[in-house]
Design a protein around this ligand. Structure first.
Ligand code: URA
Ligand code: SF4
Length: 267
């Protein structure tokens, strides 16, 4: 990328209210096994940025995580996730805002050791403001709870954190486009950085594309650890894909992947 193009790109993100930028590692870096694909924005982005306006109404805030109960000063000090949610505000940074009812920020334990990342909200999630509450979500819950039960872990869905690459429902459930993933991905990366989980489980090809190597399909990626920003990442199938039933082996493989993830994180 030319210096001019890079400057333009940084200005674009700065105007969207992002003070630091996360970039996906290039294919070459991935192949070299780069340690830290996170990069702080170049000096140009350190100029004072315009903050996104604070959310005016409370309707989008319902699913936002509560501040940690043990922190006496939590009333004055919003939790790191709440800061991100506040920065997001009534977000219109990409075209997906046009069709959404509710921003679906994420749900679960803000101190989780494990984060699941899906693609984007569907109709049920858009209506309720919570991720993975429709059919695919019910399967995800069964996969998480079932795997943990089977390997004797007292962990259940509320113990992990669950979110998506894009926080607004794409029209007619189409896959998010690259620019939408890159813009909204800035929030996702901040969420992961705030939670600092021991591992991430990416669900399906879209989430894998957002975090990992864009050119490689989920069938190839699944079941093998990789990493993002120093955090271990396990790609596996998306529950919606499993529900479609094209791949009779898929469910068993996804259970194997989850077993590997939960064993690594909690045992
Ligand atoms: N599919 C996703 O990728 N995310 C959701 O939240 C629901 C369905
Ligand atoms: Fe903003 Fe993300 Fe919604 Fe786009 S998808 S409008 S970036 S919250």
């Amino acid at each position: 990328m030319s210096e001019h193009a890079l400057r333009k790109q940084l200005e674009f993100y700065r105007d969207l209210g992002f003070e630091e930028l996360f970039v996906r590692p290039s294919e070459a870096e991935q192949e070299r096994g780069a340690e830290d694909p996170k990069a702080d924005a170049a000096p140009g982005a350190e100029a004072p940025v315009q903050r996104a306006p604070a959310p005016a109404a409370a309707s989008d805030e319902r699913p936002a995580p509560a501040p940690p109960a043990s922190d006496a000063s939590s009333e004055q000090q919003p939790s790191p996730l709440q800061v991100i949610r506040d920065d997001m505000g009534d977000c219109t940074r990409c075209r997906l805002h046009k069709g959404r009812k509710t921003i679906v920020f994420g749900s679960g334990n803000p101190n989780a050791k494990l984060v699941f990342i899906g693609e984007g909200p569907g109709a049920d999630e858009d209506a309720q403001g919570l991720p993975f509450v429709g059919r695919a979500g019910q399967l995800l819950t069964r996969m998480i709870d079932g795997t943990c039960e089977r390997i004797g872990l007292p962990i259940r869905r509320p113990d992990v954190y669950i979110c998506n690459v894009v926080k607004c429902r794409p029209p007619e459930n189409r896959a998010p486009e690259l620019d939408e993933m890159e813009i909204c991905g800035q929030f996702l990366f901040r969420q992961v950085k705030a939670i600092q989980p021991k591992a991430i489980c990416v669900l399906g090809g879209t989430a894998a594309k957002a975090l990992l190597r864009p050119g490689v399909g989920i069938t190839k990626l699944r079941g093998t650890w990789t990493e993002w920003g120093g955090i271990r990442v396990m790609p596996t199938y998306h529950p919606s894909y499993l529900l479609r039933g094209y791949n009779p082996e898929g469910k068993r493989q996804a259970f194997e992947d989850l077993k590997e993830v939960f064993t690594y994180v909690y045992k």
